[in-house]
Ligand binder design. Structure first.
Ligand SMILES: Cc1cc2nc3c(=O)[nH]c(=O)nc-3n(C[C@H](O)[C@H](O)[C@H](O)COP(=O)(O)O)c2cc1C
Length: 328
């Protein structure tokens, strides 16, 4: 049993999200109470070619443990080799295999959610990774199926469990759903009931109330939060507090939120990201827009956030926003 599930612990995972869950964002979520983190996915073949950009993506700090690195690919041998390389260099707490990504560039490689159409191959990839890193637990992340007519979560769950995966995260949508529509929680609940390994439920969790309800209604061993954390990383603190005390704590104030966002920006600026050219913050704009999306008046500042170059620009937007919307 993975230690973070032992003794009925109910871990909250930060979902891997490409271009958003960078090392600093993960740190912020960890400070707010996220229990388990997974890097965004990296392509096994590219890791095997030693692409330096990818090593930046999978970097993590000791504080972020338990920490998983997520890989994708369709070739069992290449996936095994990448897992071995990662284990030797980074000693992650687990290797996570992505069988859920719906992006065209991943589907074209027969990887990600494309694998849900080929459960035999999916089993071979899982087995190759498990065998390549006997000392490192391997976990798997899937969607419910390719489309509504091919819901394979149960079948695939049994396959990966049989091949030695130690946990299964299920995003309760099909590939064709993309990121919209309802998540299929009844299927997640069925798989959680059937499998022996822990099942982590994922899809549209937006509040502490959602977590309480899902914990009550399913046998999920933990939950994974994606987009809600992108716009509101404080969600982890809120859920933790609610699970412990039974009441939802007051949300952070607008000044507190800006303080965290500016601190996050400074920490990002201090890292040697290759997107960071001459200290220009242009590449962080989508992150700022995501982080402010749930604030009152976010629509009004969206345009301004799309023009940020320097930290001073961001500070000015924060100041004006606080003056307009914070009632003290
Ligand atoms: C921008 C973005 C990037 C994502 N990147 C990954 C990824 O690298 N690996 C992965 O397994 N899932 C990825 N996902 C899917 C999320 O991990 C999660 O399964 C999905 O967003 C559903 O959870 P939510 O409804 O809480 O957002 C991504 C999602 C988004 C929105």
């Amino acid at each position: 049993m993975l230690p973070w599930f032992e003794n009925g612990k109910f871990p909250l995972y930060l979902a891997p999200m490409a271009r958003f869950t960078d090392i600093v964002f993960r740190q912020m979520c960890k400070e707010q109470g996220a229990d388990v983190m997974v890097t965004e996915f990296v392509q096994a073949d590219a890791l095997n070619r030693d692409d330096p950009k990818l090593w930046e993506t999978v970097d993590f700090t000791e504080e972020q443990r338990p920490m998983g690195v997520q890989i994708f690919g369709s070739n069992p041998e290449s996936m095994g080799r990448a897992a071995r390389l990662l284990t030797d260099r980074l000693r992650p707490d687990f290797i996570d295999i992505n069988f859920g990504c719906p992006a065209d560039r991943v589907i074209c490689m027969d990887a990600g959610s494309s694998m849900l159409r080929n459960p035999k191959k999916l089993g071979q990839v899982t087995s190759a990774v498990v065998n390549a890193v006997p000392e490192t637990p391997v976990t798997v992340k899937i969607r419910t199926g390719w489309d509504d007519d091919t819901i394979v979560a149960k079948e695939v769950g049994h396959i990966v469990e049989g091949e030695g995966a130690q946990a299964l995260a299920i995003h309760g949508r099909t590939k064709l759903q993309g990121y919209s529509g309802e998540a299929n929680w009844p299927i997640i609940a069925e798989v959680a009931e059937e499998l022996t390994i822990p099942v982590i439920g994922n899809g549209n969790i937006r509040s502490a109330e959602d977590v309480l309800r899902i914990r009550e209604q399913t046998q999920c061993a933990g939950l994974m939060i994606g987009r809600a954390a992108l716009g509101y990383p404080w969600i982890f603190r809120e859920i933790k507090h609610t699970l412990e005390h039974g009441v939802v704590p007051p949300p952070p104030t607008i000044p507190e939120r800006w303080e965290n966002i500016i601190d996050y920006t400074r920490r990002l600026m201090a890292r040697p990201f290759r997107e960071q050219k001459h200290g220009d913050l242009r590449w962080m704009r989508p992150k700022f827009i995501a982080l402010t999306k749930s604030m009152t008046g976010s629509r009004k500042i969206r345009g301004a956030l799309g023009t940020v170059h320097q930290i001073e620009d961001l500070e000015r937007i924060a100041k004006e926003h606080i003056e307009q919307y914070h009632c003290s």
